[in-house]
Structures are given as structure tokens and as C-alpha cells.
Design a protein around this ligand. Structure first.
Ligand code: ZN
Ligand code: ZN
Ligand code: FE
Length: 752
């Protein structure tokens, strides 16, 4: 590694030290922290920010203790990559001071938005505090960051707080190194901070009025950190059903918010790892099991696990307390469009859905959705990298420390781009599905935005193999215009490499299992259930699920029953298909499949799960969102207990056909769902073990959108005992993580 860590025992007393601290150490209260621990030990010297992080000159009696405290007592939002120290000539000063920021190009990080800290929480709930009831309280340990940032460096005039001059009391806190708000850029109070507005008016108490409306069963649009939400009482079926009808969203589960863990307890059940996620500074939406008390049925029809977050800002905390019930907190957008961010746009677009709009006069500098995470195999896994996660960089394996900067464009759905520089990868926040024009425009802005924020100029570009992804065309156009090399990366290779790189894999080729929806294959067919023997630079497709037709092409992605037809026919069970799928246009579809018209072949694991969901009867005729049928099937399977249905493995092709007669012989949907999950896990694990053995792979990566199924992952891990498994955690296993894998493949190919 580039940095040497010095332990206290190595230091000869009582010299002076020059100490360099690298990592996320600016804008998080690090200098005042250093100042405090230095003064507490009677040291003299100085601390300052510069282009490389924090630089300290310290002299005095207790330098070893000081060095140790730098790591053990560091402020909550800081992240120390390295502490390097070297003896320095003594200066003999009398005090320890915070010096002005040294010149040079800033290479500082922007920290993610962070949930309200315990101290700020106490203050806004304390009637004797001057910030009692203040919806915008924050300090160096918490508050908005990325969502208020216009440009670097991170100073108040460069943020949406620039429009709010500090009052004398706030200024005094801001300038006092002993204060928790020393150099907290968004510091403010009721006298000088943003004002809440109800339908544009600040008169009265907008927050209390909004809470009263919510208690009365009304729908209120609420301005959050990265965009508006639509809120209503999650216990009021009429309110929730009205929200569904007005938002034209029939089935997709709504996210929920509770004031805190105590308020959540009646409605959800969780384990320690899930609780840690809920109360983390990122405060994402976490998928949790149901509790003893029921919510309004329309919150998440048919779903066993619900997405919950805890109130993460003072505004949300005060609102949730005032309402006293769990709230539906769904993205404030029109169907398919990105979240609304400004108050006038909210009036135009959300006015027809919400009965009132709780906004405020602080601009949202950057649209950022809520993050989503789930505990799988006992560890938190990010499903959507957004508020609270972005823009935290990910370290790259050491082999890429010197690689040229790359910009990777990602996929088409759950789009996010990835910028690499100086041995680290920076993913943009989740940007959404690029099929939608407004989201596409948002993606273009985000590319410019992140390039400017991080002063990134790519030396190479990377994209998917799919010729029609919007991201592919953008990458091609830029590569042509600027004469940059463009590396095209197969979809599932990118998925597998993302898992390898996240775990800093440095061994030989890995057996990658990609259980996915659809991705463009190297042979021009549609892949999605793949066994790849993969290195960072290349891969060999050593196995795959047996392809089946997708009758109706794109329609087979939304209509699970189409896949059941194709699979049963393929397994020679056409009579069963006739029986199960009465009323569907089977004749024309069969004719089309026979002639190969609008029925592309695909090895997709996602469509296999859709077919099984249709067989078990838990799939709608048309899914309102990707994964709807598969999530219902997973929920069913958890309640079932049936032996695994068989699959057939010939050393290269894993054939699901034997599953179907076994499933049809079972009584009850829960047993079918259970036998299917166990059968697929066993089939995939046996194939993977065989391949790993034959090819000498030391590790098995499991990734792809279908690999977010927690039950499937548990069963797979059980069936692969003693194997080193690489499962994505901080980088999404779904297409939200593609860009990270693409960037690494590009670096590996260009460097090799
Ligand atoms: Zn705070
Ligand atoms: Zn103030
Ligand atoms: Fe994918």
C-alpha cells in the first residue's frame, strides 16, 4: 500500500511529529477534533486542511496517545484511510491552533448526506434549546451534504445554504473550534435558516398543519433532502388507496417511514444487522419482515417484506412525531418520471396527487433518491445506491492504483455511471430507468455534474455490449468526438467483475454465477443465467441455463404467463399449459415461437422465476414492476417446505425442464415455490461446483438482479459449503452496479 501506518509503540518520545491523515477527513469536523485532543494532551502545533487531506504538526509530551486517539476517537462521519507520521523539527510554539486551509488543488471528498445525529435530535426536541422544533438543524456530525452542494470546495457559498446568511449566534458556533458546529457549512437556526412553507405560505405552523392533514387522511407532498415524497397515514386504507389511484400505481409496494425504532416496533420485525442499517448515517430504506400490527392493505399488496426507513432529517423527525403513526413515504414523481425537486414543479406535477405541499425555501442542488438495502447472507447489501451512500468512493484492487481514469456508462435500467481515478471508483447515485426521457436528461446532467465535481477527465470509456442501450450510444458518440478508446463489456462479465473487484479479488479466474434478467450476449442472443470463468480482463462462458423462447419479445418481460407457456411447451407439457393458461392466446404465440417470430431465445434466470411464479399462481398477468412476481414467489417459498425439484446438468447446460413435472405433482403454491427455490439453488450450486472443480476456480461470485433473492442466496450458500463466495454488498448486484464492473474491465484490458 502507498501509506505506512505507524503504531504508537514505534514513536520515540518526545520529539515533534509531522502527521498526514488521508481519507474522508474534510467537512466532517476533523480539524476541531484534532484541536481538542491535542489541547487535552497539552500539545502545541497546528492542524490544517490541504489538497491531500489533513496535515498536523504536533509536539509535546503525549504524542503516542495523540496518535492513537486520532484513530480511536475520530468523528463519526470521518473515514481514515491512512495516518503517516514522521519526526519533524520542533517549533517551540505556545499553543495548538487550527490554521487556514493551505493552497493547492483540492482533492477532497464530498461526504454523503447523513441522518440527524443524537445531539441535534436532542436539541430540536428540547423546549429550552434555541433550535427547538427547527426543521433544518445540523452539525459537523450530520445533515445535508451532496444534496446541497453546487460545486467544490465544500464551503457554504458553494451550497444551497449560501442564500442564508448566518445570524450572530450561528456564526459564533461556526467559528468556535470547541463547538460541534465549528465549520459546519449548513449551520443555521430558526432565526437565519430556511423556512417551511405549506402550499407556498410560511404563516402559522406549516409543519403542525401538514401533520394535522396527514392525521385526517390527506396526502401531503413533503420536500426531502434529495426530492419530494408523497406521504400519507400508512394505517389509513382510504388514504393509501387514494394515493395509489391518484399516482396510477396499482401494485408496486410503497416505502414507509417511522419516527424511530420504538415507533417501528409494532409494524416490523428485524434482526441486529437490519437495525444497524436502519440507524446508520446513510439511513436507507431497509426491507424488513412484517410485525404484529397490520398496516393498510394497499401499502404493499401481496408482499411479505416492506421497505422501511427511519426519519433521517429534522423535518421528517418532527413530522413523524407530530403525526404519531407510520407514514407511507413514496417518491414524489409522476409515473416513470424522476422525483420532483423544486417547489414550483411540485405544484404543477404533484398538485393533482397531493392535497397539500410541505416545502421550504432551500433549493435542492441535486436530485437523489432514497437508498435501498437488504440483509442477505447475514450482511447488508445495497440494492439502490443513492441518498446516504453517494458519493462515497469504493477502493479498487491494488493492481488498478495506477490505471488511467475511466468513465463507465452502466446499463439502461437502474442507471448509474462510474468514474475511476487514483485507485478509487466513484459511482454516481442511482439515476433511474433511461427509457424515460426526463430520466435520460437527468443522466446526462449527472455525468457533467460528477465530472466537474471530481475534476475527472477520462482517458478511456466503457459501456455495455447492447447496441441499443442509450448509454452505449452516448459512449460511442463521446468516444468518436474525443478520440477516446471505448471498451465494450459483456453485461454479465461486468456483473461478475463488479463482485470480484468489490472484494479486491487478487487470485486466479473466478467462477461467476450471473442470475439476471436480460443482458446482451456475445453471440447476439439474450443471456441471463450464466456461468462465466472470469478474470478482470476476459471471460469464458463455461455454462448457462438452457435457453427458452421469450414469446412476444418485450411482452415476455412483463407477462410471467408467457414464460410459463414457453417453458412447459419446451418440457413437453403442452397439455398442462393448455390447462393452466386457459383464456390466453396460446395458439398464435405457439405459431410465432415455432416460426421464431418475435420470440428470441434467452437463458434468463429472471424469466425462469417469472414462469415459476405464474405456475404457483402468485404472478399478475402483467407485472407493474420488474421483480414483482419473483418477490411474491420468494415470500411464498419461505412459508413452504418441500424437497428440491430436479434440474438436469450435462456439464455445460443447466436444463430447468425437469423442474416442471415435479412442481406440477405438488399440492399447493407454497410447496411449489419452495421446491422451485430449493431445486434451482441445488441445480445452480451443483453446476457451479462441477465447473469450479474442472477449471480450478478458487472462488465463486454470485451476482445479477435475481441474486437479490435472500432465500435463494441462503440456499445457494448452504449448497456450496467451504467455497469462497464473492457476493456484492456495497455495489448493487443488479444493473445499478454494472458501471463499476465495466470500469474495472476497461482498466484491466487497457493496462494488460
Ligand atoms: Zn448533528
Ligand atoms: Zn442562526
Ligand atoms: Fe443485469
Amino acid at each position: 500500500m502507498r501509506a505506512m501506518t505507524v503504531s504508537p509503540a514505534d514513536i520515540a518520545p518526545p520529539a515533534a511529529l509531522r502527521i498526514r491523515v488521508r481519507g474522508q477527513v474534510q467537512g466532517v469536523g476533523f480539524r476541531p477534533f484534532v484541536w481538542r485532543i491535542a489541547r487535552a494532551r497539552g500539545l502545541t502545533g497546528e492542524v490544517l486542511n490541504d489538497a491531500e487531506g489533513v496535515l498536523i504538526h504536533a509536539e509535546g509530551p503525549d504524542l503516542p496517545g495523540f496518535l492513537a486517539a486520532l484513530r480511536t476517537e475520530a468523528p463519526p462521519l470521518s473515514r481514515i484511510d491512512a495516518v503517516e507520521s514522521a519526526p519533524a523539527p520542533a517549533r517551540g510554539g505556545a499553543t495548538f491552533e487550527i490554521a487556514a486551509t493551505a493552497g493547492g488543488r483540492a482533492r477532497t471528498r464530498v461526504t454523503p448526506d447523513s441522518a440527524i445525529c443524537g445531539d441535534c435530535r436532542r436539541e430540536i426536541l428540547d423546549p429550552s434549546d434555541r433550535r427547538f422544533g427547527h426543521a433544518f438543524a445540523n452539525c459537523t456530525h450530520c445533515g445535508p451534504r451532496l444534496t446541497i452542494l453546487d460545486r467544490l470546495p465544500y464551503d457554504r457559498p458553494n451550497t444551497a445554504m449560501g442564500a442564508f446568511p448566518m445570524c450572530p449566534a450561528c456564526r459564533a458556533e461556526y467559528e468556535d473550534p470547541a463547538d460541534r458546529r465549528f465549520h459546519a457549512q449548513p449551520v443555521c437556526c430558526p432565526d437565519c435558516g430556511p423556512r417551511l412553507l405549506l402550499d407556498g405560505e410560511s404563516a402559522g405552523d406549516p409543519l403542525a398543519a401538514a401533520a394535522a392533514l396527514l392525521r385526517a387522511g390527506k396526502i401531503v407532498a413533503v420536500k426531502g433532502l434529495g426530492g419530494f415524497h408523497l406521504a400519507c397515514d400508512a394505517l389509513d386504507e382510504t388514504a393509501v388507496a387514494t394515493l395509489r389511484a391518484r399516482k396510477h400505481r396499482p401494485a408496486k409496494p410503497f416505502a414507509l417511514m417511522a419516527e424511530g425504532l420504538a415507533a417501528l416496533a409494532p409494524f416490523a420485525a428485524w434482526q441486529a444487522e437490519e437495525e444497524a442499517l436502519l440507524i446508520s448515517a446513510a439511513a436507507p430504506i431497509v426491507l424488513l419482515g412484517r410485525g404484529l400490527h397490520a398496516l393498510a392493505p394497499s401499502v404493499a399488496p401481496g408482499q411479505e417484506r416492506l421497505g422501511w426507513m427511519l426519519a433521517a432529517t429534522p423535518l421528517h423527525l418532527l413530522l413523524a412525531r407530530a403525526v404519531g403513526r407510520p407514514l407511507v413515504m413514496t417518491s414524489g414523481n409522476l409515473s416513470g418520471e424522476p422525483m420532483v425537486v423544486d417547489d414550483s414543479e411540485a405544484r404543477d406535477k404533484l398538485g393533482g396527487i397531493a392535497d397539500a405541499i410541505l416545502g421550504h425555501d432551500r433549493r435542492i442542488a441535486r436530485r437523489v433518491d432514497d437508498g435501498v438495502a437488504r440483509v442477505v447472507l447475514g450482511a447488508p447489501r445495497i440494492m439502490r445506491r443513492a441518498r446516504g451512500h453517494a458519493p462515497e468512493p469504493s477502493a479498487l484492487p491494488d493492481a488498478f492504483a495506477e490505471a488511467p481514469p475511466v468513465l463507465a456508462y452502466g446499463g439502461q435500467l437502474k442507471a448509474a455511471a462510474c468514474l475511476t481515478r487514483d485507485g478509487a471508483a466513484l459511482m454516481t447515485h442511482h439515476l433511474g430507468d433511461l427509457d424515460e426521457a426526463l430520466t435520460a436528461a437527468e443522466y446526462d446532467r449527472a455525468l457533467e455534474d460528477y465530472a466537474a465535481l471530481f475534476e475527472h477527465r477520462p482517458a478511456a470509456l466503457a459501456c455495455d455490449l447492447h447496441p441499443d442501450y442509450r448509454t452505449t450510444r452516448l459512449a460511442e458518440a463521446r468516444a468518436a468526438a474525443e478520440g477516446l478508446p471505448l471498451v465494450r463489456v459483456q453485461h454479465h462479465h461486468a456483473h461478475v467483475v463488479a463482485a470480484m473487484a468489490e472484494h479486491a479479488w487478487e487470485g486466479g479466474p473466478v467462477l461467476g454465477i450471473a442470475l439476471d434478467g436480460l443482458g446482451w450476449g456475445e453471440d447476439g442472443t439474450v443471456w441471463g443465467g450464466e456461468f462465466l470463468l472470469a478474470s478482470y480482463a476476459a471471460f469464458e462462458r463455461v455454462g448457462h441455463l438452457r435457453p427458452a423462447p421469450l414469446p412476444g419479445g418485450a411482452a415476455a418481460q412483463t407477462d410471467p404467463w408467457r414464460n410459463l407457456l414457453a417453458r412447459l411447451d419446451q418440457a413437453g407439457l403442452s397439455a398442462e399449459a393448455d390447462r393452466l393458461l386457459t383464456g390466453k392466446p396460446l395458439g398464435p404465440l405457439r405459431a410465432a415461437m415455432e416460426r421464431g417470430v418475435n420470440a428470441p431465445m434467452s437463458s434468463s434466470a429472471g424469466r425462469l422465476f417469472d414462469a415459476a411464479a405464474a405456475l404457483a399462481g402468485c404472478a399478475p398477468d402483467r407485472q407493474s414492476h420488474e421483480g414483482e412476481a419473483a418477490m411474491a414467489l420468494e415470500a411464498l417459498a419461505r412459508r413452504g417446505d418441500a424437497p428440491p425439484a430436479p434440474m438436469a446438468w450435462d456439464g455445460a447446460v443447466l436444463d430447468p425442464a425437469p423442474l416442471w413435472p415435479a412442481l406440477l405433482a405438488l399440492e399447493g403454491a407454497e410447496a411449489q415455490a419452495s421446491a422451485f427455490h430449493r431445486g434451482v439453488a441445488l441445480g445452480v450450486a451443483s453446476a457451479a461446483s462441477d465447473l469450479a472443480e474442472r477449471h480450478g476456480a478458487e472462488a465463486i461470485a454470485i451476482t445479477g438482479g435475481v441474486a437479490q433473492n435472500a432465500l435463494l442466496l441462503d440456499l445457494l450458500a448452504e449448497a456450496l459449503p467451504g467455497r469462497r463466495l464473492l457476493v456484492p454488498a456495497k455495489i448493487p448486484a443488479n444493473d445499478g452496479g454494472l458501471a463499476f464492473g465495466q470500469a474495472v474491465v476497461a482498466m484491466a484490458r487497457l493496462g494488460g
